[in-house]
Design a protein around this ligand. Structure first.
Ligand code: WT7
Length: 567
C-alpha cells in the first residue's frame, strides 16, 4: 500500500485541509515551520527518534535525535535573538552541508527571521549580488568561506553580523564577526516561538533568469501544508523510513524536501557532506540502510556511467522508493534504475517558485519512462497555447506549462521585484517558463525551457550573469553565453568571446578566464569551453544573437536569420 492510495480518488476528493488536519492546524492559527519540524515532533512522543545521521567529508559521523534538534535550534535561535535579529530580518546561511546549516535553518524560522540559504560554492560576486538584493542583516558561515565574505563585507553596509560556527579562536575577528559554537553553547531548553501566520515570510531562495540579476523567491510559513503532503504522497515517507535527499539546502530541493518535508513528518534523514562517487554513494545507502532516496538526473546518469558492476558490491536491498528532480529524467535512466536497483526513479517536476512538487509520477501509478507524470492532487495544471494563452486540449501539441495559482507553497513575490513577479501571470495562470505537451492520457512530457536559462546538472545558470562577469576580465571585449550539450549534465556553459586589442587567443588565457569565472561566480557557472571569435553575431539593433550560437551548438537548423536579425 502506498501513502497516496488511489491517485484518481485523491484528485476527485482533494482539499488542502487534509494536510491542515493532519498537522493540527486550523485556518487562522499560528503556523511556524521551525516549531512543526522540531517541537511538535517531540510533543508527539518522538524525542528520541533520530532526526539526522550526518557524515562529514572526512568520514566523521554524528547523529542527532529530534530532541537534540529541538535544543540545537533553540540555542541558535536565542543566540540570533540576543544579537538583535528580529522577525523578517534576512539571515543568510552560507555553509557546507554541516549540521549547523540544517539547525540554523530551523532556528531562523523559529524566531521569525527570513532564512536565505546560499550554495557555499558560490564565489564572492554571486554572494554579493544576493546579499545586496536581500538587504541581508546576518550571515552564518564557516572559517573556510570567511575570506569570500570578508572580500565583500565593506560593500554591504546592512550586513551587521558575520557568525562563524567553527571559529577556533586562533584567528582575529574583524568588525561584525562573532564566534558561535554549538558544542560549547549552553543548550536552551525553551524559547519563545515566533507566532508566524500563514502569510508570514519564511525562506528566500535565489534563482537565475535570462536577464538581470538573480531573483529572490519569497516563501511563507503556510508552504508547510503542501511540502508536508507532497512528501507524504509523492516521496511516500513513513514512520520507519531512513530518507536521503542528495540536494544541497542552497537550492530549494534541499530545503523543501531536504529539511521541511521529512522533519515535519518526524522522519529520520541522512546527510552526506562529500562529493559524488558511485562507491561513496552506494556505501552510504548500505551503511544507513536508506529506504527512500530523492536525487537528480545528473547524479543518476553519473551512476549509470559508473556501471552495473559497482552496484553489485553493495547491499542496497533497504531501498524501497526512488525519486528524481531538477532536469529532464531520460527514459533510459528510469529503465536502467529498474534493472539495477529493482526500482524505477520516479520523476518529479517543480521549481524554486512553486515551493513544492507540481507534476509527478506517483507511487502505484502507471509510469511512462521519460514522462514527468501528472499534477499533484489539488494542482490545476495546463499546457497553454503560446499565442493565445488558452489551454491546449490536443494531445502532442507543445505549449507552455502553467498552473492555477493558490497552492500553499507558491512564492508570494520576487524580493523587491513585484514587476518581474507579475510578469509570471497571464490570464489568471502562473507561467512556469517551461514547454511541454500532454499525451492522450494527460501525462506531461517535458520539451525545454521557454527562455535562455542554462540548466546544468539541475542548477540554473543565467547567461546574463556569466556574460557580465566575463566582461570584467581585462582581456574580454564582448561575450555571449549559451548551453552546450553534455552527456552527464545535459547542458554545460559555453562562452563565445571577442578579445580586446593587444590580446591573442590561446589556451592559457582560456584557462585563466575559466578560473576567473569560477572564483567570482561558481564552478557551475564556469564555462566548460570558451570559443574565441573575431566578432559576435548581432541583430541590426546590436543585440547579440544568442539563439544562433545555441542552434549551432545543438546542431539545429538556424532557420530564417532575417527574422533573427530583426529581433
Ligand atoms: C526548473 C526549475 C525544484 C527542483 C530543483 C530545480 C527544470 C525541474 C524537472 C523535471 C524537466 C525539470 C525546469 C524548471 N526542471 N524539474 N522533472 N524535468 N525539467 O529548481 O532551480 O527553480 O529550476 O528546472 O526547467 O523550470 P529550479
Amino acid at each position: 500500500m502506498t501513502n497516496i492510495g488511489s491517485y484518481h480518488e485523491r484528485v476527485r476528493d482533494f482539499n488542502w485541509n487534509i494536510a491542515e488536519k493532519e498537522l493540527g492546524y486550523n485556518p487562522g492559527d499560528t503556523i511556524n515551520i521551525g516549531w512543526y519540524c522540531s517541537d511538535r515532533i517531540c510533543r508527539m512522543g518522538l524525542s528520541d527518534r533520530i532526526a539526522l545521521y550526518h557524515e562529514g567529508f572526512s568520514g566523521e559521523e554524528r547523529k542527532y535525535t529530534f530532541n537534540d534538534l529541538r535544543l540545537a535550534t533553540n540555542t541558535i535561535g536565542s543566540f540570533l535573538r540576543d544579537l538583535g535579529i528580529v522577525p523578517e530580518d534576512r539571515v543568510c546561511l552560507f555553509m557546507d552541508r554541516i549540521p549547523e546549516l540544517y539547525f540554523s535553518f530551523i532556528a531562523g524560522l523559529k524566531i521569525g527571521a527570513i532564512v536565505q540559504p546560499l550554495f557555499s560554492a558560490f564565489g564572492d560576486e554571486s554572494l554579493f549580488v544576493r546579499l545586496e538584493n536581500a538587504g541581508t542583516r546576518a550571515i552564518i558561515t564557516q572559517r573556510k568561506h570567511l575570506a569570500k565574505v570578508r572580500k565583500i563585507a565593506d560593500r554591504l553596509p546592512g550586513l551587521e553580523h558575520i557568525i562563524i560556527v567553527d571559529h577556533r579562536g586562533d584567528k582575529e575577528l574583524l568588525k561584525g564577526e562573532k564566534a558561535f559554537s554549538l558544542t560549547e553553547a549552553t543548550p536552551v531548553e525553551e524559547i519563545e516561538i515566533f507566532p508566524a501566520r500563514a502569510d508570514s515570510p519564511s525562506v528566500l531562495h535565489y534563482t537565475s533568469g535570462t536577464t538581470g540579476q538573480p531573483k529572490g523567491v519569497r516563501h511563507v510559513h503556510y508552504s508547510l501544508i503542501s511540502q508536508y503532503l507532497t512528501t507524504k504522497w509523492v516521496l511516500d515517507l513513513r514512520d520507519d523510513d531512513i530518507y536521503w535527499c542528495t540536494a544541497d539546502p542552497g537550492w530549494v530541493t534541499g530545503t523543501s524536501y531536504g529539511i521541511i518535508g521529512p522533519w515535519s513528518m518526524g522522519v529520520t534523514q541522512c546527510v552526506l557532506d562529500s562529493g559524488f562517487s558511485a562507491d561513496a554513494w552506494y556505501r552510504f545507502i548500505e551503511k544507513y540502510r536508506i529506504t527512500m532516496w530523492y536525487s537528480a538526473p545528473t547524479a543518476i546518469r553519473s551512476l549509470m556511467k559508473a556501471g552495473d558492476e559497482v552496484v553489485k558490491k553493495y547491499d542496497l536491498t533497504s531501498l524501497r522508493h526512488l525519486a528524481s528532480v531538477g532536469e529532464p529524467l531520460n527514459a533510459e535512466a528510469v529503465i536502467w534504475s529498474e534493472k539495477v536497483y529493482g526500482l524505477p526513479f520516479l520523476d518529479t517536476y517543480w521549481q524554486t517558485e512553486t515551493g513544492s512538487i507540481m507534476i509527478s509520477n506517483f507511487p502505484g501509478m502507471k509510469i511512462k519512462p521519460g514522462s514527468m507524470g501528472k499534477p499533484f492532487p489539488g494542482i490545476e495544471g495546463v499546457v497553454l497555447d503560446p499565442k493565445t494563452f488558452t489551454p491546449i486540449t490536443e494531445p502532442g501539441k507543445v505549449g507552455l506549462i502553467a498552473f492555477k495559482p493558490g497552492w500553499p507553497a507558491m512564492m508570494t513575490t520576487y524580493w523587491n521585484n513585484p514587476e518581474k513577479y507579475s510578469e509570471k501571470f497571464v490570464n489568471g495562470w502562473y507561467l512556469a517558463g517551461d514547454r511541454a505537451y500532454l499525451d492522450n492520457e494527460e501525462y506531461y512530457w517535458f520539451i525545454g525551457r521557454d527562455d535562455d536559462v542554462i540548466n546544468t546538472g539541475g542548477h540554473l545558470v543565467s547567461p546574463f550573469e556569466v556574460e557580465s562577469a566575463l566582461l570584467e576580465h581585462e582581456a574580454v571585449s564582448e561575450s555571449a553565453v549559451v548551453a552546450k550539450p553534455d552527456e552527464v549534465n545535459m547542458e554545460v556553459v559555453k562562452a563565445f568571446i571577442t578579445l580586446k586589442p593587444g590580446y591573442t587567443p590561446n589556451d592559457d588565457l582560456e584557462l585563466e578566464i575559466m578560473n576567473f569565472i569560477r572564483k567570482k561566480l561558481s564552478s557551475l557557472a564556469m564555462p566548460q569551453e570558451i570559443e574565441y571569435m573575431d566578432s559576435l553575431p548581432k541583430t541590426r539593433s546590436g543585440k547579440i544573437m544568442r539563439r544562433l550560437l545555441h542552434a549551432r551548438e545543438w546542431g539545429e537548423e538556424i532557420g530564417d536569420t532575417s527574422t533573427l536579425d530583426d529581433e
